[in-house]
Design a protein. Sequence first.
Length: 369
Amino acid sequence: MCAEKTEPTIKDTINGAIEEAHRQVQICNACRYCEGYCAVFPAINRQRSFSNSDISQLANLCHNCRGCYYACQYSEPHEFNVNLPRALAEVRAQNWQTFMRPRALATGFQQHGVLLALLFIVGLMLMLFAASYFRNIGDGSGFYAVLSHSLMVSIFAPAFILPLIVTGFGLRAYWRAVGGQRISVSHLASALKPVANLENLSGGQGQGCNFEREERYTNSRRWLHQACMYGFLLCFASTVSGTLMHYLFASPAPYPLLSVPKLLGIPGGLLLTVGCAGLAWLKTKADASLGAASLWGAEMAFVLLLGATGATGLLLYAATGTGLMPLLLAVHLGSVLTFFLTMPYTKMTHAFFRFAALIRDAQIKQENA
Ligand code: HEM
Ligand code: SF4
Ligand code: SF4
């Protein structure tokens, strides 16, 4: 591993969880039975001893597939009590809380899902208020007759950019802590492949993970996650294309069915809604003690909020031209607003940290080659 590690940042997370992860990783390093499951074990086997930064990197590489737990001969009732998915999930959660500022918000949202729900309601009420208050001064037709375009931009531009800046600072702290180097195209390409196909949830041979069916394998979580992730990306692309059409081609929303924003947004919304509903359902089936159990509520709130952005977007489209449109517009924009405002402090951070961990893993492999 790289010599330039900023231990003080990681030190903030030193507590029972990181020490427990150290203990278990040392056992795995001696055992080496699970080598083929995911990227974590080859990373463990490359080293003899581990700093807190190394444990942090391993935690963000772990996809919580749970394969190693069900394969392990040292799990409970063995006295070693190895439960690597849980140990790494707890370090991971603490990592995200440690690196995001202000830390109180990160801790609050990750530990109390109800905060997220409350913010959603506040976001919604603000939208409803704005929608009714500014109703008569809308600067256009369609959605903009309810909420003017300039008001929408002045709310959503900062609500999108500020959380991205906070996330960027958090990621930079993580990157420094794990000794990250300059990122090359080959590092990015190596990391994008496991993101695109989520191979670390495949059990190593494509048989799937053990998330909700315990000893039995299933690819449900992997496929549902891909539906959710690609759905989200399509929705995002749809919004970007709508913005470009508005500013470059003077073509404001709402758009017809055969337009770029709709052709991206409708499949995106469907994938996002189905993916999130499925992930939420799997979550109710899975054993919470193989993850960071105290975060279950906050994670569920995040999945439901994300699903709500997709579902309300679809409903809004279905309600175009009806009297329900203003209400659904407020509900949709309220959920989107809450999603973006809370982004640095919810489970959404996993996308950034996991991607960074996969890039760092590609770098370490190259350094050791
Ligand atoms: C770098 C890209 C990404 C990677 C590597 C990744 C990986 C993962 C993994 C391994 C899980 C399951 C383990 C866990 O719960 O921690 C997960 C859960 C999830 N991801 Fe992603 N993800 C990525 C991007 C995204 C994006 C862009 C979205 C959508 C906005 C998304 C939405 C979700 C949701 C909703 C869950 C379920 C959370 C839960 O069950 O608690 N992910 N992701
Ligand atoms: S999880 Fe258990 S079986 Fe797998 S490497 Fe670690 S100690 Fe060995
Ligand atoms: S839970 Fe899955 S991804 Fe995490 S270390 Fe075990 S086998 Fe690897």
